[in-house]
Unconditional design. Structure first.
Length: 115
């Protein structure tokens, strides 16, 4: 599954490829590199550079506090991060019901007939 350029709420664009298999470390590294941040810059005042490096190569887990601070430094909300971590898929509770899509298509057709 490959996505074209997809813009998240922050209006920063990401290229999403097989996001469903990324670990927290891999996603943080991807986001860090897209923002041209070094490990030193991202980790400064949050963790050591070695801790971030270990996370990025799957040798350690991340605490919620550190994840939150990394996201803040990269100017990404936790909601955006969760969206990307979940493979750019919206939780079924947050998605619009299928009937909405049918109704919106019908409205578009009616509008095109009226104009």
């Amino acid at each position: 599954m490959i996505f074209d350029k997809y813009c998240v709420k922050s209006l920063q664009c990401f290229y999403l490829k097989e996001m469903t298999s990324l670990t927290h470390g891999e996603l943080i590294k991807k986001l860090r590199l897209e923002r041209n941040l070094s490990q030193e810059t991202l980790s400064d005042g949050i963790t050591s550079r070695n801790t971030l490096s270990s996370l990025e190569i799957r040798k350690s887990n991340i605490s919620f506090q550190n994840l939150f601070q990394y996201c803040q430094r990269m100017n990404i909300t936790l909601e955006e991060y969760e969206f990307l971590y979940n493979g750019a898929k919206v939780d079924s509770k947050r998605s619009l019901p299928p009937v909405f899509h049918v109704l919106s298509r019908r409205i578009l057709i009616l509008n095109s007939w009226l104009t």
